[in-house]
Ligand binder design. Sequence first.
Ligand SMILES: [Fe+2]
Length: 418
Amino acid sequence: MKTKIQPFYDRATFTLTYVVHDEESRDAVVIDPVLDYDPLSSSVATRSLDEVMGYLTKEKLRVRYVLETHAHADHLSGSQVLRRRFGADIGIGARIRDVQKVFKGVFDLPPSFPVDGSQFDRLFEDGEEIAAGTLRIEVVATPGHTPACVSYVIGDAVFTGDALFIEDYGTGRCDFPSGSADALYTSVHDRLYALPDATRVFVGHDYEPGGRALRYETTIGASKAANVQLSAATSREAFVAARTKRDATLAAPRLLYPSVQVNIDAGQLPAPHADGRRYLVVPLKGLYERSAASADGVRDVTPEQVAAVGGTARIVDVREPDEVNGELGHIRGAELVPLATVPTAAARWREDEEIVLVCRSGARSGRAAAALASAGFRRVMNMAGGMLAWNAAKLPTSGDESRAPGLSPTGKGAPIRP
Ligand SMILES: [Fe+2]
């Protein structure tokens, strides 16, 4: 087999698509094709694919497979277009099932959405050898960026997706659900770096760091010697620490939600609604999604988080009336419901609404939150540190309005008046 590798660069998403073919048989695979998506007009286009398809047609290639290195979070896959046009099968790592399970919940997909990978034509196991006509392809599981990531070895080349980038950029981020910097270390250091040094590496993205020209090809040897994040000499501990620290600074990918919901369904656009149109889902991140688990099993939010978006949630102050009007003040819009009266008041609340409990130090409100959670309220949170922390953070308090006799500071429900 004499292989030819043709790269295509989608500058809008910094994605490399590769066409690999056997020059004798014309059998070909396409790795990581891109379907263009413009989020502002919410429309798809095939500009990127047209270039790839033009090449496939001109070269008279027989496309055996579309190979996905993983479920991408930064672009929609063009796999279904190639499947329809060329009759290619779509393959991905078998652990796509794990990714489907996680994101089925994130997108609240219907129970009928399969999480067994059956939307794909082939699911590849680690070490599996695929025959794409005369092309021979070896699958190397390289989890870390996502659990389902695989690299494809074809001849003297390896296609690493988002596991390994050009040495001046590093590796893929590991902060997506079920991502793992520890797993990525094993994938790169122990699996990819075990390939011969001369192996040519073709990366899934290039971000042209520092304004340098596009690069998409390196070698295992060059990566081992000089990858800025993970060279052969980098220790596991150092990599995991640095990767985790860097990931904490990264914003979510621009096309995260449109990409993932389409890509876990093998690149199929969502089924049309009754009106014939397709709709992509964007989950709204509430205060609850920002909350953190605490030692006592209650979800905690910080005063800063409450100050930022608390107005979208029900804020319940469980202190006694004299405290509410004391020197710590209270949060504007809070309902004043002394601890003992919480069960009665809660009868008026919806079990799925966001409820933030507040007290002086966070102790009483923590107990109230735990009680509400066990009574079936699903999105209750405790404001950690209470009004002491709120005041320490110099956040605005509202004391004056509620001092007027008979005036509810909230305007909602029937708060206990001071
Ligand atoms: Fe990715």
